[in-house]
Design a protein around this ligand. Structure first.
Ligand SMILES: NC(=O)c1ccc[n+]([C@@H]2O[C@H](COP(=O)([O-])OP(=O)(O)OC[C@H]3O[C@@H](n4cnc5c(N)ncnc54)[C@H](OP(=O)(O)O)[C@@H]3O)[C@@H](O)[C@H]2O)c1
Length: 295
């Protein structure tokens, strides 16, 4: 397999490049300096030179508040960018795997969303990502549109900056000894290392279409924090934040849990419960801390 990963120095992109390479694939990672997905000429130039069999797009504008403030820019990247990739991939005969989001749903279902549930995004980020999905699905038959949720990995998320949720919780516990977290928003924390392996597995199939891809199970952010502290044996006073303690500037779904129904129906679902991915992440974190201490 000759694959190109776009957004290669991002949170998911970094693990995807490693996952393809671990499987012996030829993989080329493109970062923002190598390609501008909102610009069709840039996309054509970059991909025509590499002539990949598979293009994986992780690039997006996904800082929710920034998307709300600059919806035209968000549309140019998340929707037109996806269309550009779909057009060029189709012309090259390449398969396009495009990463999308749980934020295409409004959260009112209160039960895990399956692929054919009606998307009703609440904000500009979700609307532009949904438009990107439609562009991909209507432009090239050879596509995988993959929605995921609550991702974290060893590389920080470039769009959001700073620390992922796990590192933030551990830092706050260390510095303050007390942490308050909301328990009214439900997600499925999904490790990018596991998601990357799942995407590689999916890329081997030709069952094109729309997929949900998250770890199994779900939790509130409060429950996620509690599991982080339990697994790391961190002594901290953890409590539930009040409903107005961290007011959101932009509407978000309160419940955006996804069920991997399409993966399961194709016998491709490799995900374990979210707690397993967290345990592995924390284990690797300890290993790299001891390796750094030795070197
Ligand atoms: N983070 C989450 O919790 C979450 C949840 C559900 C779905 N997702 C989806 O998962 C995907 C990957 O997220 P992530 O956390 O890995 O993102 P990330 O760390 O922010 O990485 C995104 C990458 O895309 C690049 N990029 C941004 N705009 C670009 C453009 N116009 N042209 C070319 N490259 C561009 C970024 O480069 P620069 O930083 O240099 O601009 C960066 O390398 C996104 O599609 C997102 O919508 C994320």
């Amino acid at each position: 397999m000759n694959a190109v990963v776009i957004g290669a120095n991002g949170q998911l992109g970094t693990d995807l490049v490693a996952a393809f390479s671990d499987q012996g694939d030829t993989v080329r990672g493109l970062s923002h300096g190598d390609i501008e997905i909102a610009d069709l000429n840039s996309v054509s130039r970059a991909l025509e030179e590499l002539r990949p069999e598979l293009v994986v797009n992780t690039a997006a504008m996904h800082h929710v508040e920034n998307c709300e403030q600059e919806p035209e820019k968000a549309f140019a990247i998340n929707a037109v960018g996806a269309r550009n990739l779909a057009r060029v991939s189709r012309n090259l005969g390449a398969v396009l795997m495009h990463v999308s989001t749980d934020y295409v749903f409004d959260g009112s279902k209160g039960k895990p969303y399956v692929e054919d549930d009606l998307p009703l995004p609440l904000n500009a980020y979700g609307i532009t990502k949904l438009a990107g999905e439609h562009f991909v699905r209507s432009t090239t038959e050879k596509h995988f549109v993959v929605r995921t949720s609550g991702i974290y990995g060893k590389s920080p998320c470039r769009a959001k900056g700073g620390l992922n949720f796990i590192e933030l919780m551990l830092k706050l516990a260390r510095e303050r000894g007390e942490v308050r977290v909301v328990d009214s928003e439900f997600v499925t924390p999904t490790s990018t290392a596991e998601l990357a392996q799942q995407l590689v597995r999916l890329s081997r199939s030709n069952s094109y279409g729309l997929y949900h891809a998250t770890a199994e199970g779900s939790c509130s952010w409060y429950e996620f924090a509690r599991e982080i502290f339990t697994l790391t044996d961190t002594k901290v006073k953890l409590s539930v934040a009040g409903p107005n303690e961290f007011p959101a500037k932009v509407a978000r779904p309160k419940y955006s849990v996804l069920e991997n129904r399409a993966l399961k129906s194709h016998n491709l679902n490799a995900f374990k419960p979210w707690q397993d991915g967290l345990q592995k992440y924390l284990g690797n974190r300890i290993k790299s801390a001891s390796a750094n201490a030795i070197s």
